[in-house]
Write a protein that binds this ligand. Sequence first.
Ligand code: NAD
Ligand code: MG
Length: 395
Amino acid sequence: MSNAPTTNRRRISILGATGSIGCNTLDVMAHLGGREVFEVPAITGKGNIKRLVEQAKQTGAAFAVTADPDRYAELKSALAGTGIEAGAGPTALIEAGARDTDLLIAGIVGIAGLEPTLAAVAGGADIGLANKECLVSAGDLFTAAITRGGGKLLPVDSEHNAIFQVLEENQHHAVDRIILTASGGPFRDFTRARMAAVTPETAAAHPNYSMGLKISIDSASMFNKALEMIEARHLFGIRPDQIEVVIHPQSVIHSMVGYCDGSVLAQLGVPDMRHAIGYAISHPRRASLPVERLDFAKLARLDFFAPDEERFPALTLARIAMQRGGLQGAILNGAKEIALEAFIAGRIGFLVMADIVAAVMDRLDDGRVARSIDDVYATDRDARAVAASLLRKSA
Ligand code: NAD
Ligand code: MG
């Protein structure tokens, strides 16, 4: 596939453009020069056709895709006369990923982001990876595909972006540990009894970042941090015992790397995803970003606590998944999705989510490994099916 640009504008495709990561990406691109500087080969969304159409027109995208096949006619008619091509459904999503681009921002939520992102990887594009499920579920396969494709993997998840920024070149062998910071979420100081009774609405209120519903609840349960531990293992090629998590309520230190000489390097900034997105877009240079500057005198203090794994068992589950290896990351994620949906629907309590995930991980602890992406999808389906059957039994 030819990767030669048709103009001298930088080409950036955005998967999940209508979501939180996608909107922040478009905001950063507008700030860095918009259509004068960037060309958009493809953007995708799902339910919010109005926003997708606005974004496609604003960026002059070549191809706009909704993941929902039933919304094709609506998208096509809204784009009539603009010259923007419309597409819908899973095949069109993969085509959006496969369209020639310099950088693809992977901002779809969930395992639905895997195949379209892999299509861009195969084409040799650099990948700004927000979709952590690519690494959690397909870990080794995904990193091997990146190596084959020849593009760079630029983490957009703020913690991993921070680590990427402070990892010294040629010093990977000197890394002792990686310290992921976690805000602790809205229930940081709740007792287990209080946590058992929380509602999806209160769980969705993240203290420092404004994000999509599911990722906000995953932050409150620390399942988000669990996914990030597994993500870090694959991104940075480190052992599970080298990954630490520390609660840091201010979310100013985005994460840290500890070296064998005792030095710890940290990346700091106000909690704003546009840091990480802007860094990925500008890499290897730094560009001026419209984010607030840290005022240390006002900040006055930074706090740190060890996470309580009795109240946040997701962290223990991540460690078990990494130790067992194979497809346990995909199982943890698939089961978590079903448990999360059940919690959002009011069918189970907040703490039951981890019980379900633990039970599914044990049930499917049969040494399975992924030889192909089909194995990842099959395991994702198995994990969801086992989780759903456990939920039915407990109803
Ligand atoms: P979001 O829910 O705000 O947006 C998700 C996007 O994916 C939307 O464009 C939506 O239309 C699309 N989408 C949803 N379901 C889809 C499907 N089945 N097929 C194709 N497209 C689908 O989510 P978000 O908060 O932007 O998060 C996106 C990803 O980035 C997640 O993997 C999340 O973990 C990760 N992430 C987000 C943040 C953040 O601050 N929002 C930070 C770090 C990492
Ligand atoms: Mg994160």
